[in-house]
Design a protein around this ligand. Structure first.
Ligand SMILES: Cc1ncc(COP(=O)(O)O)c(C=O)c1O
Length: 396
C-alpha cells in the first residue's frame, strides 16, 4: 500500500542521524565495553520524592482519563514558574501540558504554519527539529549559525532566507548541540525580525534551568513577543524526568486552546499520576533542580579544564545545557569519520556534528552524561585519539 508522502518524508534520505549511537548501543548490549557520550539522558535516577509522588497518586486512584490540556493545578504551577522567571503575566490558560517537549514542538508547529509553509530552523539544531517540521507538513529552511560566532543565531542571515511562505522561526537556547546561550542582543534582533515580518517564534527552552553564567532570558519576555511566541518547556532535563514524558507549551490563550484541541486527536492528555508527580517536582523540587543543574556545570568545568589547548581539536566553551562541542577539523576527519573511528578504536561513542545539520560538520558533540570519574579518562582517551589523527595528518 502507498504510504503518505507526509510520513515517508519525515526522515529524509533514510538517515535520522543516530547511526553511531545505535551501533554503540548494540555493541554495548552485546557485552563490549563502550563509553556512551551520545545521549542527553541523565546518569542518575529521577529524585525519589518525585517518584514517591507518582506512586502515591497512582495508588490513590488517579488512573482515569486526565484533563486533556493538563490538570488545572499543574497548568497553574507551570504558569507561576514561568511568570516568576520571566515577569510575563501568565495563567493556566496560557499552558498546555504535553507528553514531553517533543510533543510540545510538534504541537507548536501545527499551530504556527499550514501544510507547505516554511519554518526557519537555526542550524546546528536538535536532531528532531527538521523531522518535526516535515511531520507537521511544513518545509524546514535551515539557516546556519556560524562556529566563528560562537553559534549565535544571526537575524540578518535568517531574514535573508525568509520566503513568502515562511510563518515561523524555531530557536533553542541554551542550545543543543552547541551549548550556545543566545545573548540579549541576539534575542532582541530575532524578536524585532519576528515582529516586523509577522512570524511566530517557537522558542525551545527545555534547558532553561541549565544556563551556566547568569539568568536565562526567555524571548517571550521581550516587548511585543508574548503574543507571537510559543515556548517549549519540559521536565526532562531540569528534573531528570526524561522517561516520564512531561512537557508543555506556553503561548497566547487562543493558541493554547487550539493546542488542547489537537491533543484530543493525538495523545488525549498525559497520565494523571505523571502530572501529579510533575506538580510535586515543581512545587517542592527546587533543591533537586539546582543540584541537577550544578552537576552539568561541574562536568562542563571539568571537561573544559581537561580539554583546553590540546592539539587536534578546539573546544567550544558551552554556556548551558548538557553538552560540549568539539571542533575536530584539525584531524582532517569529518564528524562522522571521527565518531565512527573513535567508536571502533577506543570504544567511545560521541555524536557527529553532521547529525545536527550542516553548520556543525567537522564537529562532534560530547554529552556530559556519565559520572565524573568515568568521564575524565574517556575524555583523555578522546584527546589522545584526536592528537594522533592530527599528527598523522601533519606528517602526510
Ligand atoms: C533542544 C531539545 N528540545 C527538545 C527535546 C525533547 O525533550 P523531551 O524529553 O522533553 O521530549 C530535547 C531532548 O533532548 C532537546 O535537546
Amino acid at each position: 500500500m502507498r504510504l503518505s508522502q507526509r510520513i515517508t518524508s519525515v526522515v529524509e534520505g533514510g538517515s535520522d542521524g543516530w547511526e553511531v549511537h545505535t551501533r554503540a548501543f548494540g555493541l554495548k548490549a552485546a557485552g563490549h565495553a563502550v563509553t556512551m557520550l551520545t545521549v542527553g539522558d541523565h546518569d542518575v535516577p529521577t529524585p525519589a520524592p518525585f517518584s514517591d509522588a507518582l506512586v502515591a497518586s497512582l495508588k490513590g486512584g488517579n488512573v482515569g482519563y486526565p484533563p486533556i490540556a493538563g490538570s488545572p493545578a499543574l497548568r497553574a504551577a507551570v504558569a507561576s514558574r514561568v511568570q516568576e522567571r520571566t515577569g510575563v503575566p501568565t495563567s493556566g490558560a496560557n499552558v498546555v501540558v504535553t507528553p514531553g517537549g517533543q510533543a510540545a514542538l510538534f504541537a507548536s508547529m501545527m499551530t504556527a504554519f499550514d501544510p507547505g509553509e516554511s519554518c526557519v530552523v537555526v542550524d546546528p539544531y536538535y536532531a528532531t527539529f527538521d523531522l518535526t517540521v516535515r511531520a507537521a507538513s511544513g518545509q524546514p529552511i535551515r539557516v546556519q549559525a556560524r562556529a566563528e560566532d560562537g553559534f549565535q543565531a544571526d537575524a540578518k542571515a535568517i531574514e535573508a532566507a525568509l520566503t513568502p511562505t515562511t510563518r515561523a522561526l524555531l530557536i533553542n537556547s541554551p542550545n543543543n548541540p552547541t551549548g550556545a546561550v543566545y545573548t540579549r542582543g541576539t534575542l532582541e534582533a530575532i524578536a524585532e525580525l519576528c515582529i516586523r515580518r509577522d512570524l511566530w517564534l517557537i522558542s525551545d527552552e527545555v534547558y532553561e534551568s541549565q544556563v551556566h553564567n547568569g539568568p536565562h532570558l526567555s524571548s517571550r519576555s521581550l516587548p511585543g513577543m508574548a503574543e507571537r511566541t510559543l515556548v517549549v518547556g519540559s521536565m526532562s532535563k531540569s528534573h531528570a524526568m526524561t522517561g516520564w514524558r512531561l512537557g508543555w507549551v506556553v503561548g497566547p490563550e487562543a493558541a493554547a486552546a487550539r493546542i488542547a484541541d489537537l491533543a484530543i486527536t493525538t495523545t488525549y492528555g498525559v497520565p494523571g499520576f505523571i502530572q501529579d508527580a510533575a506538580l510535586a517536582a515543581l512545587r517542592d523540587g527546587a533543591d533537586e533542580e539546582r543540584e541537577i543543574a550544578a552537576r552539568y556545570l561541574r562536568r562542563r568545568d571539568l571537561a573544559l579544564g581537561l580539554l583546553a589547548n590540546r592539539p587536534g581539536f578546539h573546544v567550544h566553551p558551552s554556556n548551558g545545557g548538557m553538552y560540549l562541542m568539539l571542533d575536530i577539523r584539525p584531524t582532517g576527519l569529518s564528524g562522522i569519520e571521527f565518531a565512527e573511528t573513535l567508536l571502533d578504536d577506543e570504544g567511545i561513542a560521541v555524536m557527529p556534528g553532521e547529525s545536527f545539520g550542516r553548520a556543525a560538520a567537522g564537529h562532534v558533540r560530547v554529552a556530559l552524561t556519565i559520572p565524573d570519574e568515568e568521564m575524565a579518562p574517556a575524555l583523555e582517551r578522546l584527546a589522545a585519539f584526536a592528537r594522533r589523527h592530527a599528527e598523522t595528518r601533519a606528517a602526510v
